[in-house]
Design a binder for this molecule. Structure first.
Ligand SMILES: NC(=O)c1ccc[n+]([C@@H]2O[C@H](COP(=O)([O-])OP(=O)(O)OC[C@H]3O[C@@H](n4cnc5c(N)ncnc54)[C@H](O)[C@@H]3O)[C@@H](O)[C@H]2O)c1
Ligand SMILES: [Zn+2]
Length: 335
């Protein structure tokens, strides 16, 4: 498969559809689940899971880089899912004011989404991805062979972001997944689907790299509510994709209530997510005020108002600002 070039101001990322080969001086960062497969690289190891995407682990990676004598020209190679990519990417962005960064995404979610577009960072108790930078990888090595060992739940989590691309950007793509769900990595469409998602993300991030016009914010469909759910459940209960699945359903319902999303689209979305084994109701929705409070603190909210990227049709999405809390409260209470 041909490479895809993502041309950004911060740096051009070449997405290579082949195996990563290490160069002398590379420092590999991975998580505790993958470490045994990567012992040849003597990697820096962070504990697996979203809870590791924090300032403590970030500082530990910086310390290990220094202890290993990493220099300004050393490449930091993140081999793992979105957690490793976001955390190690932020370390690469800041160690010695920035060292070359390479990503080898090993989950579906990180192949289709987190390894493309330059956002790196960590969570804090006060917010998801609250601390970070725009620091695109120079190269991303996408190799679907990694997916063979991925647990079903993690495949499903990645499918939440895949379905997001369809519902916000491509009616044809959404309808094909609605009619024929992709249930695991043995699906023969896996490679072409990963490539299609990367192309869709490329289009958005090249047009609005630093999220200044609101266009890139369409990628946040489901994330205003989803991030609030992740934060309230201390990044433990849901995978990122599962939280986003619940968030997309609630935000589609909010869109319908406001007359922005065509009636019936939230049901189609709900059924498609369910068919992919994803959750569509959250037990925390009983905790309506906490979710609203948490959303007020979300980076995407402008001056305390609630803002969300809402579907304007199947395959279309737009950032909507000044959403009344009363409408959000009503939908959350019904969910
Ligand atoms: N930077 C961005 O633009 C962006 C975009 C979307 C999501 N994200 C972030 O990505 C993170 C989620 O990424 P994720 O879903 O990849 O989570 P993850 O990195 O936690 O990986 C999920 C699980 O899969 C395991 N795993 C990884 N590769 C495997 C393989 N090949 N075989 C078996 N197990 C494997 C991991 O050890 C982990 O337990 C979230 O923090 C989210 O905020 C970032
Ligand atoms: Zn996401």
């Amino acid at each position: 498969m041909n490479d895809i070039e993502v041309k950004l101001k911060a740096a051009t990322t070449t997405i290579c559809f082949k195996q990563y080969v290490s160069l002398p001086g590379d420092v590999v960062v991975t998580d505790s689940n993958l470490a045994s497969k990567l012992s040849e690289f003597q990697p820096i190891i962070v504990p697996a899971g979203e809870k590791s995407k924090n300032l403590t682990e970030y500082a530990a990676v910086l310390d290990q880089l220094a202890q290993r004598g990493a220099k300004r020209k050393s490449r930091l190679v993140a081999i793992g899912g979105g957690v490793v990519g976001d955390l190690a990417g932020f370390a690469a962005a800041t160690y010695m004011r920035g060292i070359p960064f390479v990503q080898v995404p090993t989950t579906l979610l990180s192949m289709v989404d987190s390894s493309v577009g330059g956002k790196v960072g960590v969570d804090t108790e006060l917010g998801k991805n609250l601390v970070g930078a725009f620091y695109p990888a120079q190269q991303v090595y996408v190799d679907a062979a990694w997916l063979k060992t991925l647990e079903r739940r993690q495949w499903q989590s990645g499918m939440a972001e895949v379905l997001k691309y369809g519902f916000i950007m491509s009616e044809e793509f959404a309808v094909s997944l609605e009619n024929n769900p992709m249930l695991d990595s043995s699906d023969l469409r896996a490679n072409e689907t990963i490539r299609a998602c990367i192309e869709l993300k490329r289009k958005v991030v090249e047009a609005d790299e630093f999220e200044t016009t609101g266009y890139r914010a369409i990628l946040n469909f489901g994330h205003t509510v989803g991030h609030a759910i992740e934060k309230l459940t201390h990044y433990e209960t849901y995978t990122h994709g599962e939280a986003i699945s619940v968030g997309m359903v609630i935000e589609a319902k909010i869109g319908e209530k406001l007359g922005i999303t065509p009636t019936g689209l939230s049901s189609r979305l709900t059924n498609t997510l369910k068919a992919h084994g994803l959750p569509v109701n959250s037990p925390t929705t009983a905790d309506v005020e906490n979710i609203i409070q948490s959303m007020r603190g979300d980076k995407k909210s402008v001056q305390g108002e609630l803002s969300m990227s809402l579907l304007t049709g199947l395959g279309e999405c737009k950032l909507i600002q000044d959403i009344a809390e009363s409408d959000v409260r009503e939908v959350l209470s019904e969910s």
